[in-house]
Design a protein around this ligand. Sequence first.
Ligand code: DC
Length: 220
Amino acid sequence: MEFNIAIDGPAGAGKSTIAKIVAEKMNMIYIDTGAMYRAITFLSIDQGKTTIEDIVDLTKQAKIEIHGKNIFVNNQDVTHSIRNLEVTNNVSKIAQIPEIRILMTRLQREMAKNKGVVMDGRDIGTHVLPDAEYKFYLTAKIIERANRRYEELIKGGLNVTLEQIKKDIIQRDRQDKQRAFSPLTVAEDAVIIDTTKKTILEVVQEVLSYLKKRGEGVVL
Ligand code: DC
């Protein structure tokens, strides 16, 4: 595969679901960069680190690996632990630390250097892989994004209210968009897809049709 695909957008826009399916259909490698920031957040909570200095040190020494659907930090499989509410509510703060973003960006570029990668996040098309051959920006109305997260968490057995989830999403959007270092913005050359009221399949088809129109070998 001679190209990379960057997929950015706010929480709950459907990025990871769509990116995973597109990668599978295109026989590409899926990389969830949010999971990397979550892994660092999990590690700092787990080790009781609270100062920026300590968290940066921890990150410098951490070994983060993605194997298929699983993410490992220092050889520990943290795939499930990084989705808990404590990590979710603290990850934006950690993702604002410039030194941590620099370290993660370096790792992400390394992972994408041989092409054939579908990478999702907030700053992939704008900062991590500005030369990515294809860029998509997925978005959806706040209420729809909150509903999706709510259903997901309720299914996972968590006791949350829709109102709380909506508040958390608004707060996380604000932090992701307003941070000084590589904030969430739309890349100039990104294709914007509003996923509100669209099914997963419809969005996947939209992405694949776009690639096909550009001459890539896609089986729709
Ligand atoms: O997509 P997610 O909810 O797993 O992302 C977790 C957090 O990490 C989110 O608050 C934004 C941040 N993030 C980031 O700053 N840059 C990325 N490339 C990916 C995620």
